[in-house]
Design a binder for this molecule. Structure first.
Ligand code: ATP
Ligand code: MG
Length: 635
């Protein structure tokens, strides 16, 4: 029996049990039946969380691009693989078929080869969301080069740090990018970054905005003429199962970015298998994930997972607000999108603009809605469910991390009954554990603790590039024989998980552990509040007290702020208890956020604690300007 596609809850439980009773037999069967191997493995799994060392499908030989492209050519050659929707709605959509993709990937791979890129070399990709971005990943994978994608919203300093950390010898970029009405000079940012990166010998430049830009003699070349001369055939390099496929830096909301290393076979199997089930993907569906390929979500669920299943995956170049706030819904209608996967921050931003933008469009093609990246608050969950899914499309709140490579805790749509703010059940093969402060696993269903994973899954990152000790310290040292996620979670009476935020964000007030997410959720229910963040600050009696930063829906909210403060604390008292009441509430116009929409709490924590001498690296912030404003108005 194949367990590749789970269709109802009973089947989920049955397959889940099988996957944890005998993980090796389970994953071996999935790998055997659904992927293309040049040679099968000698050993399914060997692992040691103490070293730590994890190996899946050792001895196997394969190339992931043969799984994502070549094997579909016979049956899906003319099917759209990548559906590209440009920033400008008047520019034509591009349908890149599997056959086109095959030729374009081969051409670029041949160019990389001709520039001396070899198996194991690192190539930095700094591109906007245009087809060349996905094609670059695949071209690297085709020849065994390790790609390191840096999100093209990052500054030159952030880019240089990442290029140097993984010692890239080439950068693939473009003359610029479009974002709504704006254009961004990407090549200028690369030039600045490279002043500090001697190792980069070659820069390939995609023409996108067609401006005249300086090209450095002997280093920079336009890509198109090279592609025109390259052959569109190339035999894929045979890779070992555990050869690195890519490096990807975590988004860096808690400190110095970590270059997570993902390897070939396990990552392929897990990203493909989760994609199939979490999105209930069927042959003629049109799947759209709005993330940027610069994040793990884009790697696993725009590129590798969908393509390994022969899916049609949408790539959108633009922003949700251009030409107006209805752009997402216009695209859903235009392409009859069936699965839509986005982030809570995008949902909140769109909810703020009102439903008029939604109502103009026919969203009846949608079957599954997804969210990822941070806890989704209850209000946003309901807005998404009511207005986008019309209560007909299950919401999959998917919890996972750059380090995990694929989705870890999630409902399976049409199988798992959903519950707002709960990521619900572990995915097949995933064995979560909640730990108390003493390092003991909390047994029984209802629990509140630190989220760990007890057993390896195929797509767990194998190391941090160049720093295995940091990998061990960060993930395998807090609890013996466990992968520690850094997140806190609650488990309810049926075994559903709710992520309560990062453990660093759990604040101990008078000896009680308070997660930030549930308190912020309560605050956000106040009708005047649009968003909030809470942090702890030192308090003589309680150890820590809570400091809330609150954004109001109407900036000119005329009501007395002290009354508002009382009402907010009233809601918190009702929903969580008086212990969680805020000592200080600062109304603000913005919260410092990472480019992926996460609140940089470490900055807020420092401001609340009146310790602003060293705020750390703020160069990757989306809105650095709000920091000064918050400091000026701190309580
Ligand atoms: P860094 O590790 O550098 O601080 P980061 O953790 O923000 O960066 P990512 O790997 O992109 O980098 O994010 C993973 C984290 O995002 C998770 O550990 C969790 O805190 C949060 N997260 C992701 N999805 C969800 C979700 N569905 N519900 C709650 N939290 C989520
Ligand atoms: Mg993290």
């Amino acid at each position: 029996m194949s367990n590749y596609h789970i269709k109802h809850l009973e089947e989920y439980y049955q397959v889940y049990r099988k996957s944890v009773r005998n993980p090796e037999a389970f994953w071996e069967e999935i790998a055997e039946e659904h992927f293309l191997w040049r040679k099968k493995w000698d050993n399914v799994l060997s692992w040691d969380f103490k070293k730590p060392e994890i190996k899946w499908f050792e001895g196997a030989k394969l190339n992931i691009t043969e799984n994502c492209i070549d094997r579909h050519l016979a049956t899906r050659g003319d099917k759209t693989a990548i559906l590209f929707e440009p920033n400008d709605p008047n520019e034509a959509t591009q349908h890149i078929t599997y056959k086109d993709l095959y030729h374009r990937v081969n051409k670029l791979a041949n160019v990389l080869k001709s520039k001396g890129v070899k198996k194991g070399d690192r190539v930095c990709i700094y591109l906007p969301m245009i087809p060349e971005l996905a094609i670059s990943l695949l071209a690297c994978a085709r020849i065994g080069a390790i790609h390191s994608v840096v999100f093209a919203g990052f500054s030159s300093i952030a880019l240089a740090t990442r290029i140097k950390d993984s010692d890239c010898k080439m950068v693939i970029t473009s003359d610029g990018s479009y974002r709504g009405k704006k254009t961004i000079d990407l090549k200028g940012i690369v030039d600045e970054a490279l002043e500090d990166c001697e190792g980069v010998k070659s820069v390939l430049v995609v023409k996108r905005i067609k401006t005249d830009i300086p090209m450095k003699e002997g280093r920079d070349e336009w890509l198109q003429p090279l592609l025109d001369d390259a052959s569109d055939e190339l035999t894929a390099t045979v890779m070992n199962a555990e050869d690195p496929l890519f490096i990807l830096y975590t988004s860096g909301s808690t400190g110095r970015p970590k270059g997570m290393v993902h390897t070939t076979a396990g990552y392929m199997v897990y990203s493909a298998y989760t994609f199939k089930n979490v999105f209930q993907y069927k042959e003629n569906d049109v799947y759209w994930c709005t993330a940027d390929i610069g994040w793990i979500t884009g790697h696993s669920y725009i590129v590798y997972g969908p393509l390994a299943n022969g899916a049609t995956t949408v790539m959108f170049e633009g922003v949700p607000s251009y030409p107006d706030y209805g752009r997402f819904w216009e695209i859903v209608e235009k392409h009859k999108v069936t699965q839509f996967y986005t982030a809570p921050t995008a949902i909140r931003a769109l909810a703020k603009e009102g439903v008029e933008y939604v109502e103009k469009h026919d969203l009846s093609s949608l079957k599954v809605l997804g969210t990822v990246g941070e806890p989704i608050n209850e209000e946003a969950w309901h807005w998404y469910d009511d207005n986008i899914g019309k209560k007909q499309s299950p919401i999959v709140d998917t919890w996972w991390q750059t380090e995990t490579g694929g989705i870890m805790i999630t409902p399976i749509p049409y199988c798992t009954p959903t519950k707002p703010t709960y990521a619900t059940l572990p995915f097949i093969g995933i064995q979560p554990a909640l730990m108390d402060e003493k390092g003991i696993e909390i047994k029984g269903k209802q629990a509140d603790g630190r989220l760990c994973i007890k057993f390896p899954w195929p797509s767990i990152a194998r190391t941090i590039w160049g720093n295995h000790q940091r990998y061990k310290d960060t993930y395998f040292s807090a609890y013996e024989d466990m992968y520690f996620t850094g997140d806190g979670a609650l488990r309810d009476e049926v075994g559903y998980y709710r992520i309560t935020g990062r453990v660093d964000d759990v604040i101990i007030v008078s000896g009680h552990n308070l997660g930030t997410a549930p308190i912020e959720d309560a605050i956000n229910e106040h009708p005047a509040v649009s968003e909030s963040a809470i942090v702890g600050f030192p308090h003589d009696v309680k150890g820590n007290a809570l400091y809330g930063y609150v954004i109001l829906k109407e900036t000119g909210e005329s009501r007395n702020h002290d009354n508002l403060r009382k009402e907010i604390n009233q809601i918190i008292t009702e929903q969580i208890g008086p212990i969680a009441k805020l000592d200080k509430i600062q109304f603000t116009n913005g919260l410092p956020k990472t480019r992926s929409g996460k609140i940089m709490r470490r900055i807020l924590r420092k401001i609340a604690g009146k310790d602003t001498s060293n705020l750390g690296d703020t160069s990757t912030l989306l809105n650095p300007e709000c920091v000064q404003d918050i400091m000026d108005n701190a309580l």
